[in-house]
Design a protein around this ligand. Structure first.
Ligand code: GDP
Length: 298
């Protein structure tokens, strides 16, 4: 996977800091490992995952008798990649018809990601439809429809405050009638009212069970990388509300440190399916654990 300039910029800092430690210390010893540990923790990688990385690194250094700092870099990359690599689960389902529920808190990039993903699937020759089932936030449906119009994807929407399940019901009927490959459904991002959201999502899932049982399903959580470690509690909470099949991490191009990708993948055994690297329609990349880990040290 070709890495964008934006992503290189983002990883540059962590890479440089790790590079500095390796260069300054010159030799592989406890002092160097302690410093590496500190750099990794401050990159938004949580404590438990950092400890796991360091334990594995120490073990490899001992076992392989590693003395070359360059080799430490290589092993560290391998360890980080292996924590994020969930194999086939990192890819979006290729069974059709497919219904993708998109969940996540407001402002995280849900609407933009729906548009980017719809566009990406269209480019791959799939027919796509949007269901504007975030009827709670003013203007959410309209924003999605504007994106849809811009990229030539139909949006099923009702008026503000309508029942999200009714929107989904209509969207499912329309998608069935038109033999749409992928229906992407927006949802309300109000985690503060967890019980309501849980009921709402359960009701929506029942609509699919009843109306379109043959459809394959994905439930993707949108996580904003600039929220740092909040992403961990969000993953936990949303996974309880609706079992996730994966996450999309947005705003990886910004000032975010991005270590949350490693933590979320590791702590929840959660596949990362895509990363958002900008505000335009093409700024969505399929996640590749090896390329992601490699880019830390570019
Ligand atoms: P929603 O409330 O979750 O639907 O969020 P939106 O899709 O409206 O996005 C909120 C803001 O984040 C908008 O200004 C988007 O342009 C921006 N945004 C979304 N994804 C990305 C990304 O990957 N990178 C950057 N830099 N901005 C993004």
């Amino acid at each position: 996977m070709a890495l964008t300039a934006k992503k290189k910029g983002f990883f540059g800092r962590l890479s440089q800091r790790i590079g500095d430690v390796l260069l300054m210390r010159g030799k592989v010893d406890e002092a160097m490992l302690d410093e590496l540990e500190e750099v990794i923790i401050t990159s938004d990688i949580g404590m438990d995952t950092t400890m796991k990385i360091m334990d594995r690194l120490r073990e490899r250094i001992r076992y392989d008798r590693i003395e070359d700092p360059e080799k430490v870099k290589e092993v560290l990359t391998e360890i980080i990649a292996s924590l994020m690599d969930k194999g086939e689960r990192c890819a979006l389902s290729e069974e059709y018809p497919l219904i993708i529920m998109m969940i996540g808190i407001n402002g995280g990039g849900k609407t933009t990601t729906i548009a980017k993903l719809g566009h990406r699937l269209r480019e791959q020759g799939k027919t796509v439809m949007f269901a504007a089932a975030d009827t709670f936030r003013a203007a959410a449906s309209e924003q999605l429809e504007i994106w849809g119009n811009r990229i030539g994807i139909n949006t099923v929407r009702h008026q503000e405050g309508a029942d999200p399940s009714a929107v989904l019901f209509d969207a499912v009927q329309s998608a069935k009638a038109k033999h749409i490959d992928v229906l992407i459904c927006d949802t309300a991002g109000r985690l503060q009212n967890k019980k309501n959201l849980m009921n709402e999502l359960e009701k929506m899932n029942k609509v699919i069970d009843r109306e379109y049982p043959e459809a394959a399903r994905e439930t993707l959580l949108i996580l904003d990388a600039t929220n740092g470690k909040n992403a961990i509690s969000q993953t936990k909470e949303f996974n309880e509300v609706a079992p996730l099949t994966g996450v999309v991490i947005t705003k990886m191009d910004g000032t975010a440190k991005g270590g949350i990708a490693v933590t979320v993948a590791d702590q929840f055994d959660m596949p990362i399916k895509f990363i958002g690297v900008g505000e335009t329609i093409d700024d969505l990349e399929a996640f590749d654990a090896k390329a992601f880990a490699d880019s830390i040290f570019e």
